[in-house]
Design a protein around this ligand. Structure first.
Ligand code: DGT
Ligand code: CA
Ligand code: CA
Ligand code: ZN
Length: 571
């Protein structure tokens, strides 16, 4: 069982305790869930290496919780959880994925209106019962209505960041199979698209039956839709569907190209082939019966007179024209970031100390990070005031002396207030090395007002970065109404950096805005928004998004060494 699955069970237990009025237990389970979700190492491995004792050394995990983890790892189940689910037959998975639905809302909805599912929730909204509940009202109703609508739009699409770790494991397992000559995860996952509809695995083998047996009986498979010699289709326990195609070795490159897509990109290539009197399909590029290319993707592109196009760019958005005239951008490489400019710690809603975050960042290969805890007007996150920020700055200076070959920068994630001013005074901000500004409230202002608000914040000479610039949460919350072009232009004019937030449900800026920012000549950075040590791995998804936005390393300021990075900031 993986950390994400264990964490989900504890999160659900925390909601059940909330329903029973056991506030302290609820909080303990919630903390454990977040700790496990963000822990840098699998609980499975911690337990195997050091037993219960090792589990208990993790902050937030005591005797009772460690024993529950043990039960889950050993039996795959937890008796207490099964009992609670019978007691409260609520579809927590779906309900909690609606923006604005947390434990307290679930409790009230269940107790007062017997809401157990999204359908129930829609019904009580339609009947006008919801808005009559104390503490709900029209505004909350509106929020939930929007949340449900969004949930439906995104239905069936999975966040790349959540799906990819398991898909990579499966890919590695296929690759290790003795009858497999080559294996690759293709489709939208290879293009690093922010959400994926299904997973497309591709294998080259001359013993396809063995591979199909292996694939359809993997431990993650909960249903086999179809099983054949060249194609099988299964459902994984996460709910995601997965295809497997098997081709001969000499067709592997052509099949990789075909099954990576996207469809429009493929159609354009096929048209180019036809114009030369050739035929392009998943088995190769053919002149009559003769295969002109097919073993590698490069062969296919070159045969069509194109430079090789990176998967993240294959969306038929102009990349083919650039490839023809040899002008493709040299995309930023995975693993090339040196710093991370948005990191939260246990000063606010992060789970680990400054030092733990710094050491974890260093371990992943980074050279510096900025500590950017929340500020005071974000009450739910325990935001810091001016005095607490000054104290943190002193702490950082001290910790910096203990860690070699690494630099912790002082910083803050300040809130942009309704009128565009900030919730921390300029004198304090001036003392900090990296200041990011965020919208965390009033998401529903009219476009003009929202734009004016953000422009004003960006004009502040102390604001170095605009964090998660459009505020969207994928499958959960739409971006706020804002004139993105005006914001990008203002960032360019003021030397403010636009963030590409790599957190899996944010990926904000999104690809098309990244392209726009580069076109305007604005500066960009890629941040993990880490709240736990495991979250530095999210940087990869930010790089993927940047590549989808055609960014080179020159466009991304935190590919620079720390001294040069600091020089790019506003004076
Ligand atoms: P998804 O799964 O919705 O996130 O998106 P994809 O891009 O993974 O699409 P999917 O799974 O339907 O198909 C996988 C790849 O197969 C796709 O990227 C391109 C290729 N493909 C699918 N349908 C067609 C088609 O009708 N013509 C051509 N040439 N290629 C196709
Ligand atoms: Ca797919
Ligand atoms: Ca597919
Ligand atoms: Zn936070």
């Amino acid at each position: 069982m993986k950390n994400s699955e264990i964490a989900k069970i504890f999160y659900h237990l925390s909601i059940f305790e909330e329903m029973k009025g056991e506030v302290f237990k609820a909080r303990a389970y919630d903390k454990a869930a977040r700790m496990i979700e963000g822990y840098g190492k699998e609980m499975r491995d911690v337990y195997e290496q050091g037993g219960l004792k090792a589990l208990q050394e993790i902050e937030g995990i005591g005797k009772a919780i460690s024993e529950k983890i043990e039960e889950l790892l050993k039996t795959g189940k937890l008796r207490l959880y099964e009992e609670r689910k019978k007691e409260f037959p609520i579809d927590l998975d779906t309900l909690t994925s609606i923006e604005g639905v947390g434990p307290k809302t679930i409790k009230t909805l269940y107790e007062k209106l017997s809401v157990k599912s999204v359908e129930d929730l829609e019904k009580v909204i339609a009947e006008g019962k919801l808005r009559k509940l104390p503490g709900f009202g029209e505004k909350k109703e509106q929020q939930l209505r929007k949340g449900i609508e969004f949930l439906k739009q995104g239905k069936g699409r999975f966040l790349l960041g959540h799906a990819l770790p398991t898909l990579r494991e499966i890919e590695a397992r296929l690759m290790a199979h003795p009858d497999v000559q080559a294996a690759m995860l293709c489709g939208s996952a290879r293009r690093m698209k922010e959400t994926i509809g299904d997973a497309d695995f591709l294998v080259a083998s001359d013993k396809p039956d063995n591979i199909m047996d292996f694939f359809t009986t993997m431990k993650e498979v909960i249903h086999v839709y179809s099983k054949g010699t060249t194609k099988s289709n299964v459902k994984l326990e996460s709910g995601l569907d997965a295809d497997l195609r098997i081709v001969p070795r000499e067709s592997f490159g052509a099949a990789m190209q075909y099954f990576t897509g996207n469809k429009d990109h493929n159609v354009a290539l096929r048209t180019m082939a036809i114009m030369r009197g050739w035929k392009l399909n998943e088995y190769g590029l053919f002149e009559g019966e003769k295969q002109v290319a097919g073993k590698s993707e490069e062969e296919i592109y070159h045969a069509l007179g194109l430079d090789y196009i990176q998967p993240e760019m294959r969306e038929n958005n102009g990349e083919i024209d650039l490839a023809r005239v040899r002008k493709l951008p040299n995309l930023i490489q995975y693993g090339s970031l040196r710093g991370d400019l948005q990191v939260q710690t246990n000063y606010t809603d992060g789970l680990s100390s400054i030092e733990e975050m710094a050491l974890a960042a260093k371990k992943t290969g980074l050279e510096y990070l900025a500590i950017t805890d929340h500020t005071k007007s974000l009450g739910v996150a325990g935001g810091l005031d001016e005095e607490e920020i000054s104290r943190q700055v002193k702490d950082i200076r001290r910790i910096n002396q203990r860690i070699e070959e690494f630099r912790i920068l002082t910083g803050s994630e300040v809130n942009i207030l309704k009128e565009g001013s900030l919730d921390i005074d300029d004198k304090t901000l001036k003392e900090l090395e990296v200041v990011g500004a965020s919208v965390h409230s009033y998401f529903d202002l009219p476009k003009e007002e929202q734009t004016r608000r953000v422009l004003k914040a960006v004009e502040n000479p102390n604001v170095d970065i605009l964090f998660h610039p459009t505020g969207r949460l994928i499958n959960q919350r739409a971006p706020y109404e804002i004139d993105a072009e005006k914001v990008i232009q203002k960032c360019k004019d003021t030397g403010t950096i636009l963030e590409i937030n790599a957190y899996p449900d944010r990926l904000d800026l999104k690809d098309e805005h990244i392209r726009k920012a580069i076109e305007f000549g604005a500066k960009l950075c890629i941040d993990s928004d880490a709240h736990a040590t495991a979250h530095f791995q999210y940087l990869e998804f930010g790089i993927g998004q940047a590549r989808r936005g055609w960014a080179t390393s020159q466009d991304i300021v935190n590919t620079l060494p720390v001294d040069r990075f600091l020089k790019t900031l506003k004076a």
